[in-house]
Design a protein around this ligand. Structure first.
Ligand SMILES: [Zn+2]
Length: 401
């Protein structure tokens, strides 16, 4: 009412001759979800749900606003979401950044493309109020808590209100740092204020355990695929939000909204299935390939010769530098690793670095195998020659008997 009075006074609207329309903050067609960010923050894996797994066309991606107050981080976020797209959609500009730092021309263009559905995910770094004039935003995401819990909740209520203004249903997701779930158990315990400092130090591991337990009981595991993750209680601090929206409805005298979609993940935990974090990619460490300190000169020379001949034989390669066929670093690599007895081994050693592998892999392998055989033969001969005088010069003792 205070806001309404201020607006009327400031704009000098007639106090008796106006119509006030206040639809309130409680949106019956928007589901609310609050959960922790389970993976490393900078990996953005927790946003994988924004790009459905079976995307084939741009329309398969829900129109999404992601609010993230970090310009540098948002570039990495954009990169990550692009990697989730199928190859044929990756360079189509489906995920875009939007902030006051960009030119008016860029912002107008991107916003128009979002409105018509060409851009599907807009990452907004600072224009928090943006989006409310777009009727068909399906998903709103707030990435990390901006500021304190209470201010973030207020902001999230405002952002959630921008979802599904002209369509049947929307989803608003608040993803928060895990730290928000940790509350010092000692701070909660009044008796601890009387505890001596030495006693406190000795109970630190115990406190850490209790704090973790407290966090787990209040939502730390929500949204994970771990058993029970979906059903643990939510953070009491964060879930005040749901009641807060209801309280605002009373304060502003709005009609309570009749939910037409699942209200929130407390009432409907299955909503958490719609915002599952992705699986972290486990990078398998490749076993080191043993290399000799010096390249094997005979192999090095043979590969240089092969490169030159190959270029001569194929006129289509004439315009290329010979390094483009097999560059020097790969020649050094191949002449430093022994043995290379098969194409599979050659593939492992080159590990995708040679673009001509399919075309010329067999030819290069033949050179490597041939020199390998020659080297082995030479070594065997050398050893035999070296061993020969010994065997003739001194007879084994048992034969002297
Ligand atoms: Zn609810």
């Amino acid at each position: 009412m205070l806001v309404q009075r201020d607006v009327i006074n400031k704009l000098q609207i007639s106090k008796s001759d106006h119509i006030s329309i206040d639809k309130g903050n409680d949106r019956g067609n928007v589901s609310l979800v609050v959960r922790p960010i389970h993976n490393a923050i900078n990996s953005f894996i927790d946003l994988d749900f924004c790009i459905p797994e079976d995307v084939q066309r741009r329309e398969d991606i829900p129109k999404t606003f992601i609010y993230y107050d970090n310009i540098m981080g948002s570039v990495d976020m954009e990169d990550h979401l692009n990697t989730l797209l199928p190859r044929h959609l990756r360079n189509e500009g489906l995920v875009r950044l939007y902030s006051a730092g960009y030119s008016n021309e860029y912002r107008d263009k991107v916003m128009t493309q979002f409105k018509v559905g060409k851009v599907r995910v807009l990452i907004c770094t600072d224009a928090a109020e943006m989006g409310c004039n777009i009727p068909d935003i399906q998903v709103i995401v707030q990435w990390k808590l901006p500021g304190s819990v209470s201010s973030a909740v207020l902001l999230f209520v405002q952002q959630a209100g921008c979802a599904a203004r002209g369509i049947k249903e929307g989803l608003a997701v608040l993803l928060v740092e895990k730290a928000v779930y940790y509350v010092s158990v000692n701070a909660l315990n009044k008796d601890v204020s009387n505890t001596s400092s030495s006693k406190m130090a000795s109970s630190l591991p115990k406190e850490a355990k209790l704090t973790k337990k407290y966090a787990e009981n209040h939502g730390l595991l929500r949204g994970t695929k771990r058993p029970g993750g979906r059903w643990t209680k939510g953070s009491t601090r964060l879930y005040k939000l749901v009641n807060f929206v209801k309280e605002l409805t009373v304060v502003f005298g709005n009609e309570p909204a009749a939910p037409t979609v699942p209200c929130c993940d407390i009432c409907n935990p299955e909503l958490l299935d719609r915002v599952c974090p992705g699986e972290p990619k486990i990078s398998k460490r490749k076993p080191a390939i043993p290399k000799s300190e010096e390249p094997y000169l005979e192999v090095q020379q043979a590969l240089h010769d092969w490169r030159k001949n190959t270029q001569k034989l194929d006129p289509r390669l004439a315009c290329l530098a010979s390094e483009a066929i097999l560059d020097n670093s790969l020649i050094d690599l191949l002449s430093s690793v022994r043995p290379i007895p098969s194409k599979a081994r050659l593939d492992v050693i080159l590990s995708g670095q040679w673009v001509w592998f399919n075309k010329y892999g067999d030819e290069v392998l033949e050179i490597l195998v041939h020199i390998e055989i020659l080297a082995v033969t030479k070594m065997t001969l050398k050893r035999k020659v070296a061993e020969a005088p010994e065997s003739t010069g001194s007879q084994p003792a048992e034969k002297c008997v």
